[in-house]
Design a binder for this molecule. Structure first.
Ligand SMILES: Cc1cc2nc3c(=O)[nH]c(=O)nc-3n(C[C@H](O)[C@H](O)[C@H](O)COP(=O)(O)OP(=O)(O)OC[C@H]3O[C@@H](n4cnc5c(N)ncnc54)[C@H](O)[C@@H]3O)c2cc1C
Length: 205
């Protein structure tokens, strides 16, 4: 159980993907359209658990957010930056850079899809907290028994343990950190479950 999974959903609704996620220095670190577990992995393990979501009127959540608390709200980016405690000029610089390219349908840093690119320039501007100790994260560990492709369990010397087969979440299978897409778990347990059943039945016969 040496790896972790951390879900950090900045969307839905879809309009929020036009906002940006930044670290404690007001800098972007990934594309906001990333799968929730990729965003969670980045915040948890690469940004020391601290991140924020920046949006304007159009990229805001229509119902606010219980899971990611509101940190600050302002009518200018300079005021927002000061209220939320980012280093002087950092958030203004990140947003100005993002807006300049978003207006042309480009994201040179993280290549967010064009349909989610829109300048953050319509007040009020808001900061939501994505930090692991403030926002709601779903999380669990990855890991388990080591197996061959046949589903046969091996010991620490990579020797087969006679008659023991395993698949799915009892094993250290395909799901690892970062968990890049939904479906990996079901794919893993169904494919290797079938393998294990097939080889176990053959061995018994
Ligand atoms: C809320 C949620 C959402 C998920 N969403 C996705 C998703 O979108 N995509 C994806 O790929 N994965 C998803 N997963 C993960 C995926 O569903 C699981 O990884 C997968 O179902 C695990 O399958 P499994 O066969 O290994 O274990 P399980 O499905 O847990 O099967 C284990 C079975 O063993 C039985 N059992 C336990 N003890 C005993 C015993 N002593 N004797 C007999 N039977 C026993 C249990 O009753 C159970 O039926 C999600 C999981 C959850 C909880």
């Amino acid at each position: 159980m040496d790896q972790g999974f951390a879900i950090c959903p900045v969307y839905p609704p879809e309009n929020t993907i036009a906002g940006i996620a930044v670290n404690r220095n007001g800098q972007r670190f990934t594309t906001e359209e990333a799968y929730h577990a990729v965003m969670g992995n980045d915040v948890t393990f690469k940004q020391n658990g601290v991140a924020f979501f920046i949006c304007d009127r159009e990229s805001d959540r229509p119902l606010g957010s219980d899971n990611q608390p509101l940190v600050a709200e302002a009518n200018t980016m300079a005021e927002l930056e000061e209220k939320a405690g980012f280093p002087l000029g950092s958030l203004q610089m990140s947003v100005a850079y993002y807006n300049e390219h978003a207006a042309k349908g480009k994201d040179p840093m993280f290549h967010k899809s064009k349909k989610y690119l829109s300048p953050i320039d319509k007040p009020p501007f808001k900061v939501y907290d994505l930090s692991v100790d403030k926002a709601m994260y779903s999380s669990h560990t990855f890991g388990g028994l080591h197996t061959r492709l046949t589903g046969q369990v091996v010991d620490v010397w990579d020797e087969k343990i006679p008659g023991l087969y395993a698949a799915g979440r009892t094993t250290s299978g395909l799901p690892t950190s970062p968990y890049i897409a939904s479906g990996i778990s079901v794919g893993d347990c169904t494919f290797f479950g079938r393998q294990a059943g097939k080889y176990a039945a053959a061995e018994k016969a």
